[in-house]
Design a protein around this ligand. Sequence first.
Ligand code: HEM
Length: 409
Amino acid sequence: MTAQPADAREDLRFPDLADPRTYLDVDLPAMWRELRAEAPVHWNPPAEDRPGFWAISRYDDVLAVYKDNKRFTSEKGNVLSTLLQGGDSAGGKMLAVTDGLRHRETRKLMLKSFSPRVLEHVGQLVRRRTQQLIADVVARREADFATDVADHIPINTIGDLMDIPVADRGKLVEWNNRTLSRYDEDDSQVEEWLARNEILLYFGELAKQRRKSPGEDVISALATGLVDGEPLSEDEIVFNCYSLVLGADESSRMSSIGALIAFTEHPDQWRALKNGEVSLADATEEVLRWTTPAMHFGRRALEDVPVGDEVIRAGDVVTLWNSSANFDDDVFPDAQRFDLGRKPNRHVAFGHGPHYCIGAFLGRAHVSAVLEALRDQVAEIELRGEPRRLYSNFVYGYVGLPVALTAER
Ligand code: HEM
């Protein structure tokens, strides 16, 4: 592992991008604007407890690295927390951290469970469930939008796709919250590992049952499917279940919660949605761009690769900042404007290239269902307290949002 490339400039003007506090304390749009303009391929220096890494902030550079899974591998981790530890124990066994033929074959197997027929049905269930959740809040007027509404949407969709018993879904959300992102600074790393272990053990049990008596769900598809003529290993099944639940749950929740905050800050856009001036599809894309829940993903370079004015050396960790690329003025005119009618809107909230999000359809379905239910049932949105932010260098979002929703007459 390289401590620091020989020719990288030591640039201490910018905050430490590995520190979760940066995302709470700093003016982020200003920081990213400066990085894109002055250090688009920036070397984030090492600290006592971790190596340095590259941070790429311009849209075109981010896209170029996402596309190139030959020279930039995901197998040594794809987020800062694992990349800086030197690897991911699921490397080569879980879709997101596997490359090459095995990645393509496993992706094909998993995609069978995401056929248009299945997704169409799931989409209808999401809309019905979301309308009901919003109706419940509107009836009592005040609620915490994060815990009373958003927490219940994606986990139930992926729960249905995986046939996870309804009674277990609440504890999965709780474990998820404690794995890749913590509620606050005081939560220990041990707690993070314990939660991750709980999830893995849980799916280990479920996978064993499905191997014996398979159903129509994704876990059964993983437990009985073949890759390269062989069944998947126990580890592969469990890690992929883990990644589906983690991927599905947290990001979608953060987009829905972020949408509500955006509406309170941009009442003109709330009116545009209410008056039908913008389509649900366009509004969904802008909410995804605006909220960009997965702030970064990352790779490790397998050979020396020039990017912009720098050369990434073999072995270096490279991070791709969706939360900057999605606000690059060269691609999104007036990028800091929340504009539900924005077109084109080729954001990278779901990544790009070979690892493009397998759940993008579902992610969109979740956000769109929330927008639709708000539009149909809510006249006014009011914040009733400080939104509570997640403590993370990976996921941007909120875990608490006290609101009052006034019913449409
Ligand atoms: C991959 C974001 C919803 C499962 C990704 C990637 C991003 C992303 C940026 C690329 C990772 C990389 O390049 O290393 C999001 C966002 C979502 C969302 C913002 C919601 C708003 C979902 C859902 C599921 C899911 C609903 C599950 C059904 C996955 C999986 C991968 C992935 C398994 C790995 C794909 C691969 O490596 O081939 N997601 N995701 N995500 N996502 Fe999502």
